[in-house]
Design a protein around this ligand. Structure first.
Ligand code: SAM
Length: 276
């Protein structure tokens, strides 16, 4: 059983490191997610685990990655929430294809990319757009996450049926090869995406992600409290170039979080634009 003290210490520690906030009614969830860590480290109480993380020196730095893995939720899939992706396509067409030809690559950041389905989807959309418009669209996608494990899977680029369940059959055929029930993504898509570790709570780390045309930060802020959400959104504002676009999760809102962005309405979705 997790003591009240153990819960409070671990909850505050996890929050400080990741922005993820476990409310008291999630005690059981946290307990079950961490129990394997205790077993593996031969620790008998959750308080011991907290002390190990806090004062364990080099060892605890390594343990931090295991902690990130167990406290995060990595649910994702290709072509998740189509209305947001349609809006992305419309913005690219209007702002980058119909205007003066793009010289610099469009810089896109998929922050909290999990196993890669989101950034790869964006790459496929742009490749399809190039095909239909017969125009070249130079672009680069940065894809980051706090979990090393999901980043490894993302880089491999091999997916199960669950990940591709919403994908159009023709797209699947064009960009994947099937092997024994697994779907291997083509190198021609993979080469556009650069995967890197990045913790959204690490203010310094944002310096690497500047001048973005688009940021996708979907389905991660729901796990943060208001203070952490505000911090991330303020930093992302700075990471966008003037006139750049932010997309957050379909069920998420910037209400009470930021007034800095201009909301743009699309059928079934909203994109947030930084002032020009
Ligand atoms: C539910 S997935 C969302 C994946 C994708 N954006 C989507 O909408 O399908 C949330 C991801 O956020 C990551 N995450 C959680 N806290 C984070 C943090 N502080 N910094 C970076 N990534 C974080 C998790 O590891 C997880 O892969």
């Amino acid at each position: 059983m997790m003591s009240k003290e153990g819960f409070t210490h671990l909850r505050d520690y996890i929050y400080e490191k990741t922005g993820i906030y476990f409310t008291e009614n999630k005690t059981y969830l946290l307990e079950s997610r961490l129990s394997n860590r205790l077993n593996e480290l031969n620790l008998s109480t959750y308080e011991d685990y907290y002390l190990y993380l806090k004062f364990g020196g080099e060892q605890s730095k390594k343990e931090l990655n295991n902690l990130f893995e167990v406290v995060t939720t990595n649910e994702t899939s290709f072509f998740r929430n189509p209305p947001q992706l349609d809006a992305f396509k419309v913005i690219v067409q209007k702002n980058y294809l119909n205007g003066t030809p793009t010289v610099n690559p469009i810089k896109i950041w998929s922050a909290a990319c999990s196993t890669g389905e989101e950034p790869y989807t964006l790459a496929i959309i742009l490749l399809e757009l190039m095909e239909t418009t017969k125009k070249n669209i130079p672009f680069i996608i940065y894809a980051t996450d706090i979990s090393q494990k999901v980043l490894e899977t993302a880089k491999r680029g091999v997916f199960g049926p669950y990940s591709i369940r919403n994908m159009d059959g023709n797209i699947l055929k064009r960009y994947f090869s099937e092997d024994n029930g697994s779907f291997k993504l083509s190198e021609n898509v993979k080469r556009y995406v650069r995967f890197e570790f990045m913790n959204l709570m690490d203010t310094e780390a944002y310096k690497k992600y500047r001048g973005m045309d688009f940021i996708f930060c979907r389905n991660v802020l729901i796990y943060f409290d208001e203070k952490a959400k505000k911090k991330v959104i303020d930093l992302m504002y700075e990471s966008l170039k003037p006139g750049g676009f932010l997309t957050i999760g379909h069920a998420e809102s910037l209400h009470n979080i930021s007034r800095a962005f201009k909301p743009l309405m699309f059928p079934g979705s909203i994109a947030y634009q930084r002032g020009k």
